[in-house]
Design a protein around this ligand. Sequence first.
Ligand code: CA
Length: 221
Amino acid sequence: MKALIVEDEPKIAQFIQKSLQSEYFVVDCAPDGEKGSYLARLHDYDIIILDNMLPYKTGLEVCKEIRNFGKNTPIIVLSVQTEVNQRITLLNAGADDYLMKPFSFEELHARMRALLRRPQHVSSDDLVLDTLVLNLDAHTVRRGEHEVHLTRKEFMLLYYLMKHRGNVLSRGTIMEHVWDMNADPFSNTIESHILSLRKKINIEGHRKLITTVSGRGYKIE
Ligand code: CA
């Protein structure tokens, strides 16, 4: 899953980024409202963590721009105690939830899970395909009786493929959703990850699940 953090205080941004990465998120960061609004409209994030007091554009303005653009990405706004009146305005502007600074990561994580559990987004249940079972909560993958040990990236790649089973996913689409914006689009990183993922989930006696669609991309079914 991919998250965007819009926060001008580097320490807080870093704290959230590290915490989310340890929860298997791919994370992009924006240090101001202008860049945050741009990235939020350009990419399909699964969730956006948006500070309210930002340079160039406030969280409120960013929130309005994202919603006016037609994106319904879940947004959690970070605000401070003195902005009590702002919070109602923020919710009216399309924010899904808000969190008062200072907050613990446990609290942020709990709010995120609640938002991501909503039916239009990600369910926290097992994803099952043939004998392959991926559990998002425990970050585990099984193939029949076998436990499959994946790297963080392989896990995120498999999750993305399984979430879009049956669809041909181009390298560009995979790159956008599973790699952060600093990834080199011309490297062969996707190919090599697909290769190692195949090796790990193609266990003898089980059906092969990932196919290469020549010139178009990859598909799991
Ligand atoms: Ca701030």
